[in-house]
Write a protein that binds this ligand. Structure first.
Ligand code: SAH
Ligand code: AVI
Length: 312
């Protein structure tokens, strides 16, 4: 990471801690350990999202492949371990290039190496970037016929509606006139199912949440007293979202950069929203960003959806 990026991120973290409710962006979950913990989450029995999305992709891959067509450029936002992408890579016809974009540098680069070894004929051009900021896309060797922006996992739900619309607008621009977006969108359902997915019995989500403070201590020189913090995830029915917080149990002083924060006993830090959508609600948001939802696939239980969106 460049010194300029480090300074910008440090300012952003300090700014979040200065808000009336302290908050830190969920992108700070993802150092190498955070990415590994997320991979573990995807295998938990309570975390229905990954297995359901994978099932939807596998069940509909022939239709998906026809819609995407040959010689596309596949640009994936927040690619992580590119698990679901493999279904696409195995079936898309003459893919021109795969561009995984992720903030978690080491994890992205080792995933890209792995993909290259599994798909030797495919050009793989990883981009280490924060996709909420401007970043340059690499030039592929083979000219693609169209751009497919791929955004699986319902990572869109980690943004407020305003920020999500803004991100979708960027993707709309990236897709270009004849391109498309393929996006995984988690759906509203019985809140008990959702809360269980973020309060797993093995405690992996709690570790994932707490790892954010470990990451801030290690990479940004903070001194959070780790044993004082615990995990909380609650579904807010009014907002249709999980709200994840870290809760402090003992009054402490935390130094980061040149700032000092007094954090009270029982004070929390908001670390993540995970919005759950209705099909209509997501379509309206996508429309405001210039997309028309052309096709929606769901599972039998209507837990999750995969949506193919084109320019309206
Ligand atoms: N797409 C995968 C991983 C989802 S986890 C799946 O569906 O299973 C979210 C991923 O997005 C992580 O790999 C994380 O590192 C990445 N990420 C989160 N915020 C990001 C940001 N602002 N810029 C780039 N990558 C980000
Ligand atoms: C990446 N993102 C969509 C996950 C989610 O479900 O919101 C991150 C996560 N947080 C807790 N568990 C998983």
């Amino acid at each position: 990471m460049s010194a300029a990026t480090h300074d910008r991120e440090l300012r952003e973290i300090i700014d979040g801690l200065q808000q009336s409710e302290k908050m830190i962006s969920p992108k700070y979950f993802y150092d190498e350990r955070g990415s590994q913990l997320f991979d573990q989450i995807t295998t938990l029995p309570e975390y229905y999202q990954t297995v359901t999305e994978l099932g939807i992709m596998r069940a509909n891959i022939a239709e998906l492949s026809t819609l995407i067509g040959p010689q596309a450029s596949l640009i994936e936002y927040g690619s992580g371990s590119s698990l679901k992408t493999r279904v696409l890579l195995e079936h898309l016809v003459d893919l021109a290039v795969y561009v995984p974009v992720d903030i978690s540098e080491d994890h992205l680069l080792s995933s890209a190496r792995q993909i290259r070894s599994e798909f030797p004929g495919l050009e793989v051009l990883p981009v280490v970037a924060d996709f909420t900021k401007q970043f340059a896309l690499p030039d592929p060797t083979v000219m693609p016929l169209r751009n497919i922006v791929y955004f699986p996992g319902s990572t869109i739900g980690n943004f407020t509606d305003d920020d999500a619309r803004e991100l979708l607008r960027v993707m709309h621009h990236e897709a270009g006139a004849n391109g498309a977006m393929l996006i995984g969108v988690d759906l509203q359902k019985d809140p008990a199912i959702i809360e269980r997915a973020y309060n797993d019995s093995a405690g992996v989500t709690a570790e994932f949440n707490l790892n954010m403070l470990r990451h801030l201590n290690r990479a940004y020189g903070a001194d959070f007293d780790l044993p004082s913090w615990s995990h909380e995830a609650k579904y807010n029915e009014t907002e249709g979202r999980i709200e994840m917080r870290l809760l402090n149990s003992t009054l402490q002083t935390v130094n980061i950069g040149h700032q000092t924060f007094v954090i009270n006993e029982r004070e929390g830090i908001l670390t993540e929203y995970s919005h759950k959508y209705t099909l209509g609600g997501f379509a309206a948001m996508a429309e405001q960003a210039g997309f028309e939802v052309a096709k929606v696939w769901t599972d039998a239980g209507q837990l999750f959806s995969v949506q193919y969106c084109v320019r309206a």
